[in-house]
Design a protein around this ligand. Structure first.
Ligand code: ATP
Ligand code: MG
Length: 266
């Protein structure tokens, strides 16, 4: 479904050719339809860069990204947004605070479509939005006319998630999308995520610093270090992993210890 072949990206820091960071190091990865992959790794290991390369917000120096056998590397960011849904860490980024919930959803519904933006929501559409928000269990279906900025971070993130998945993307990319929430809210949003992914059978890549979540959710777990995949477990093997084993695995492979930002999240 998605075939990443020999992907490579080096950043030149401060415009100095002598100061470079090899962020993605000849990385290859084959993702099957319906895979829900969790990615863990230390800070700066290249997780977000990998997602940015897949989404097209940055270009690789080398390598191919084949979606259904078509190389999408030269396809611009906005063209890829037709088939890629994304949610980032910051709950303020995914939606527009000064606009109403339903206006945000209306915009998301039109993203990547050729139809013109005819303002004014039809009754039917409002009903459809209500039906999308109802299963979240947060009571948001009664707040379509609320300004987004009046909602909590968890509520906003749940709506962003709904917006990112409403047009059935081929691929859903989540970059630490629960990391800025308090632990209780993070749990709720994580459960909502799992429900949405399962219901729509979405092919999903989720970066997380929460090792328990990385083990609990999805069917495949990937560990990254220095722009490479150093561990890849799926199905039964993944289901049986423990946080302790992951910490050990990281040390074995890198000769380093996982930093507190990751370990404390267990
Ligand atoms: N646009 C950029 N310009 C320069 N360097 C960058 C850029 N984006 C990423 N890098 C560098 O590439 C490396 C990988 O960064 P990346 O953001 O992918 O890490 P990460 O695994 O997502 O880390 P974290 O867990 O902290 O989010 C880092 O050293 C980072 O500083
Ligand atoms: Mg990151």
């Amino acid at each position: 479904m998605l075939d990443i072949i020999n992907l490579d990206k080096t950043f030149v820091l401060d415009g100095q050719e002598t100061n470079k960071k090899h962020a993605i190091d000849h990385l290859s990865l084959r993702i099957e339809e319906g895979d829900f992959i969790t990615i863990i790794g230390s800070n700066g290991s290249g997780k977000s860069t990998l997602l940015n390369l897949i989404a097209g917000s940055i270009e690789p120096d080398e390598g191919q990204i084949l979606l259904d056998n078509e190389n999408i590397v030269t396809l611009k960011n906005h063209r890829r947004s037709r088939f890629i849904g994304r949610v980032f860490q910051d709950p303020m980024l995914g939606t527009i605070g000064d606009m109403m919930v339903e206006e945000n959803m209306f915009l998301a519904n039109h993203r990547g479509k050729n139809t013109g933006l005819a303002w004014g929501l039809k009754k039917k559409q409002r009903e459809a939005f209500r039906n999308m928000l109802e299963p979240l269990g947060l009571g948001l279906e009664t707040r379509l006319g609320e300004r987004m900025k009046n909602l909590s971070g968890g509520q906003r993130q749940s709506i962003t998630l709904t917006m990112a998945t409403m047009n059935s993307p081929r691929l859903l990319l989540l970059d630490e999308h629960t990391a800025a929430l308090d632990p209780e809210t993070a749990k709720i949003v994580m459960q909502i995520t799992d429900d949405i992914v399962k219901k729509a059978h979405l092919t999903t890549i989720m970066v997380t610093h929460n090792m328990r979540d990385a083990i609990r959710y999805g069917n495949r777990l990937i560990m990254m270090a220095d722009g490479k995949i150093i561990f890849d477990a799926r199905d039964e093997e993944k289901a049986q992993l423990t946080v302790e084993e992951l910490i050990k695995k990281f040390s074995e492979k890198t000769g380093d210890v996982l930093p507190d930002t990751v370990i404390l999240n267990k």
